[in-house]
Write a protein that binds this ligand. Structure first.
Ligand SMILES: C[S@@+](CC[C@H](N)C(=O)[O-])C[C@H]1O[C@@H](n2cnc3c(N)ncnc32)[C@H](O)[C@@H]1O
Length: 281
C-alpha cells in the first residue's frame, strides 16, 4: 500500500465507505464508484474541457474526468500529499494518459488564475480543509463564468450508530457528542457545507444520500484504531477526546466499539451531501 492510500486509511471514512451497503445496493458496482460516477455526471463535462479535481487522492475522479474530456482537454489533479501526486504521476505514465496534470497544493490557497477551469469536481476533500469557507471561495475563484462544479462530501458530523454497545453504550454516546462538537472532521454537517457554498456566492442544488456502514467481519482492533485516528495528528479523534476523557476510558470505549462493529452488533449511518451547480457571472 502506498503512503497516499495510507492517508485514506487513517481517515477511516474511506475504508468504511467501501463497506457500505443499503439504499443503493442491488446495483452492480461499488458504492464509491457509484458516488464518483454521479459526481462526474452532475459536472456535465464536455470534450476539450479543462477540469480541476480538488483533493484528488489516487485519482478516483481524475481518471473518469480524463476519459470524459479526451486528449483535447485536461484534468488538473490537486492534492496536498506528495505521495498522492507521485502516485498519480507514475500511474498516468503507466496508463499512457497524457491529459492529467498532478499538482501539489492546498485547497485553501489554490495555485491557479481566476477563471482557469471549465469545471471543478471534488469528493471527500473539502471537509479536511482547515477553513472550509475559504476552500469553497477558492473553488469559486478558479471557475470560469458559466463553469460547473460538482462535489460530494461525507457528513461525518451527522453519522450515527445503531445497535447494541452493551455497558459501553452511554459512554460511547458521550464520546460521539464531544467529537461532533470538536470542529474536526466529525463536525462536518449539511448546514456548514451548504453555508460555505452560499457564502461563496454560488447557486447550487444539493442532495443528501444516507449510506449504511457495515464493518461486520473486519478485524476488531483495526476498527478501534480507525475510530480513534480519523485524521492524522492534532485532529485525530483520540487527541480531541483526551481533552475530555481519561485515556483508559477512551481505549475501553474504542475497543468495545471495535468488537460490536466487527461482530455486526452495531451498524452506522453516514449521510453524504452532493452539491452541484454553475458559476453565474
Ligand atoms: C478521503 S481522500 C479523497 C481522495 C479522492 N478525492 C477520492 O475520491 O478518492 C482526501 C484527500 O484530500 C487530500 N487533502 C486533505 N486536506 C487537503 C488540503 N488542505 N489541500 C489539498 N488536499 C487535501 C488528502 O491528501 C487526500 O488525498
Amino acid at each position: 500500500m502506498s503512503a497516499c492510500e495510507g492517508f485514506e486509511d487513517k481517515t477511516g471514512w474511506n475504508g468504511w465507505l467501501e463497506n457500505i451497503s443499503g439504499e443503493l445496493s442491488g446495483v452492480e458496482s461499488s458504492p464509491l464508484s457509484r458516488i464518483a460516477d454521479t459526481i462526474i455526471e452532475k459536472a456535465r463535462l464536455h470534450r476539450g474541457d479543462h477540469i480541476l479535481d480538488l483533493g484528488a487522492g489516487t485519482g478516483l475522479l481524475t481518471a473518469r474526468a480524463a476519459r470524459a474530456v479526451g486528449g483535447e482537454g485536461s484534468v488538473t489533479a490537486l492534492d496536498s500529499s506528495p505521495e498522492c501526486i507521485e502516485k498519480m504521476q507514475s500511474d498516468s505514465v503507466i496508463m499512457g494518459v497524457g491529459n492529467v496534470l498532478p499538482v501539489l497544493g492546498r485547497l485553501e490557497n489554490l495555485p491557479f488564475d481566476p477563471g482557469a477551469f471549465d469545471a471543478v469536481v471534488c469528493r471527500s476533500a473539502l471537509i479536511y480543509a482547515e477553513d472550509l469557507k475559504n476552500a469553497v471561495r477558492e473553488l469559486s475563484r478558479v471557475l470560469a463564468a458559466g463553469g460547473r462544479f460538482s462535489v460530494c462530501e461525507p457528513l461525518a458530523g451527522e453519522s450515527e450508530w445503531k445497535g447494541e454497545m452493551g455497558e459501553a453504550g452511554p459512554l460511547f454516546l458521550q464520546i460521539e457528542d464531544v467529537l461532533r462538537k470538536s470542529g474536526g472532521l466529525r463536525s462536518a454537517d449539511r448546514h456548514s457545507v451548504r453555508d460555505a457554498f452560499k457564502q461563496a456566492g454560488l447557486e447550487f442544488d444539493s442532495l443528501v444520500v444516507r449510506f449504511v456502514i457495515s464493518m461486520e467481519g473486519r478485524d476488531a482492533e483495526e476498527v478501534a484504531r480507525e475510530y480513534l485516528n480519523d485524521l492524522p495528528g492534532e485532529l485525530s479523534a483520540s487527541n480531541i477526546l483526551r481533552k475530555s476523557f481519561e485515556e483508559p476510558v477512551i481505549v475501553q470505549v474504542a475497543e468495545a466499539f471495535g468488537r460490536a462493529a466487527a461482530d455486526g452488533r452495531i451498524r452506522g449511518g453516514l449521510p453524504c451531501l452532493y452539491v452541484w451547480g454553475t458559476r453565474v457571472g
